[in-house]
Design a protein around this ligand. Structure first.
Ligand code: ADP
Length: 548
């Protein structure tokens, strides 16, 4: 027997309509490149999203057609999020920090017909002039006509339009189609740290369910009175779904634009009363250092922060809590998982732990949110014991997890029984909490045993003279691989290899301690701000450890 409930489709248009109708006075603050602020409300965002949809429809944009964006976190990007998906087209967010060759590959693979670009990112497009796909009909510069490029190699090759001129005069309401909720809504490519970028094609249904789930109290958990600032870019996994969750909750949004330096962010926290923000560890590390540089720098009301993307160093978490009263939630996810999969909020079993004990525990990536099921299997395919020690590869399934990549058949990441293999190697403890010990391709295989490069990196980040660190394998004649530690010292510090290595004593097994330390000025990062291990491994390929 079927239930007798209404079967309204879960559509992105419904989120925007809800926010516009019920939360007209929540504010949408959008920082321009010069630091000045544009102010709107949800009704204006809805009106401008409708105008954009009308303009695109007039240009012949059909359902399912891909419209790319190269843009920062700002109100025009937000309008594109809603307008493009709601009309039934596919919003394709592109990371401007990728290499030109990768961007060209992505635009070609997606067969985008329109490219919306922020004026400050015009040089990226100019650099692609000879590589733009034949499918591209127009480039829309996200600004006024005066912001169109004066000189460009692209003139005559593709139509170049100004966003404001394009939407001017269009109706402010759009009769959004009643789409099948499984209709594709947006497309985001993985950053391609392990080969060609792969497209993840989200649906209206997956986006709505993910957005609701992210509002659980033990995840983002914000409400109508929150002022939410996604620092995580809108070109990366839909800014972790925050633009959708915020509209569902009726929250205010602060979109920080291209300037993500600590002073600019802190100004927004203070002047706009930001209560919740999300970003990668690099952002919060820089903010903490900036705060510490002057005792007058405080938060008048400590915000809640969420961090993910790479592991949260305990020293950063502790610094924020003890010195500034700021609580950080550590979460894990991937492009393929929309992204939220797990978050490390306390539960009955560890509710009474004191701050120090929990801060140490918060290095772990957390427990699954309702809707994300996980399993962890070893090399033989057996589920590992939940003892916090055994390792295996994390697999996940759920209504907001990818079932295939766009344009690719049969990727081995998808198991025959319906799970997605994450490539993350994790332990699971008695509380069901996962800890990433490595990516499958980065673990150091020493004499048949695994050493976690990430554990070694996190530990040494707690050394007072260390700014950043990476651990990569070097060849060893007897053990196959041994860890090599690369350290960027804090400015003005010149630690010795001995004092660095001594820091590991008593904290890890002796055979885990790196065989060598190299001091470097900086480490390479991928377009999403992660340590670029593949590049480091290539750089140090010839390096081998001495046999003992
Ligand atoms: P890419 O896989 O292309 O680097 P993603 O943003 O999808 O881009 O990255 C997902 C990966 O990032 C995860 O598989 C995991 O390795 C890493 N990651 C995400 N969150 C965390 C976290 N909290 N701690 C450690 N690693 C994380």
């Amino acid at each position: 027997m079927l239930g007798l409930m209404q079967d309204r489709p879960l559509l992105i248009s419904s989120i925007l309509e809800h926010a516009a109708r019920n939360h007209p006075r929540s504010k949408i603050v959008s920082a321009r490149p010069d630091g000045s602020l544009a102010r709107h409300g949800w009704p204006e965002i809805a009106a401008r999203a409708a105008q954009l949809a009308h303009a695109l429809a007039k240009r012949g944009v059909q359902r399912g057609e891909r419209i790319a964006t190269l843009a920062w976190n700002d109100h025009r990007h937000l309008e594109a999020y809603y307008g493009i998906s709601s009309m039934g087209a596919v919003l394709h967010t592109v990371n401007p920090r990728l290499f030109p060759g990768q961007i060209a590959f992505i635009l070609e693979d997606a067969q985008d017909t329109h490219l919306m670009v922020d004026p400050t990112l015009w040089p990226v497009v100019e650099g692609l002039a000879d590589k733009l796909p034949a499918s591209l009909r127009a480039i829309i510069v996200m600004g006024e006509a005066a912001q169109l490029p004066a000189e460009t190699r692209l003139r005559g090759r593709v139509e170049i339009l100004a966003h404001e001129a394009l939407i001017a005069g269009e109706p402010v309401r759009f009769d959004w189609p009643d789409l099948d909720e499984r209709t594709a809504s947006s497309l985001c490519y993985t950053s391609g740290t392990t080969g060609e970028p792969k497209g993840v094609l989200y649906s209206h249904r997956s986006t709505v369910i993910h957005g609701l789930s992210a509002l659980q109290r033990d995840a983002f958990g914000f409400g109508a009175l929150d002022v939410v600032m996604p620092v995580v870019p809108m070109f990366h996994v839909n800014a972790w779904g925050i633009p959708y969750s915020a509209a569902m909750a009726g929250s205010s949004l602060v979109l920080p634009g291209p300037k993500l330096d600590p002073a600019s962010l802190h100004r927004l926290f203070e002047e706009e009363g930001v209560t919740f923000s999300a970003g990668v560890p690099t952002i919060w590390t820089a903010l903490l250092q900036w705060l510490r540089a002057d005792p007058a720098r405080r938060f008048s009301k400590p915000p809640r922060l969420v961090v993910g993307g790479t592991a949260l160093p305990t020293a950063i978490n502790a610094g924020f809590l003890k010195e500034y009263g700021v609580r950080i939630l550590h979460a894990w996810g991937m492009t393929e998982t929309s992204p939220l999969g797990t978050a490390n909020a306390p539960k009955v079993e560890n509710a009474d732990w004191d701050d120090d004990r929990f801060l140490d525990y918060a290095r772990k990536q957390g427990r699954p949110l309702y809707g994300a099921e996980i399993r962890v299997r070893d090399a033989e395919g057996k589920e590992i014991p939940h003892d916090g020690v055994a390792f295996g590869e994390l697999e996940i399934r759920g209504p907001w997890v990818a079932s295939a990549y766009f344009n690719r058949k049969d990727d081995p990441a998808f198991t025959p029984d319906g799970w997605f293999r994450t490539g993350d190697v994790v332990t699971v403890d008695e509380l069901g909490c996962i800890e990433i010990v490595d990516r499958a391709k980065d673990v150091i295989k020493s004499g048949g045993e695994w050493i976690s490069s990430i554990t070694l990196e996190n530990l040494i980040m707690g050394h007072p003279k260390v700014q950043e660190a990476a651990v990569i394998p070097m060849h060893h004649p007897k053990w196959d691989e041994r860890p090599l530690l690369l350290v960027v010292p804090k400015s003005g510090e010149a630690p010795t290899a001995e004092e660095i290595l001594a820091f590991y004593e008593g904290k890890v097994a002796k055979w885990w301690i790196p065989d060598a330390v190299e001091f470097v000025e900086s480490l390479p990062h991928t377009a999403t701000g992660k340590l670029w291990k593949a590049e480091l491994k290539a750089r140090y390929r010839g390096r081998s450890a001495a046999a003992e």
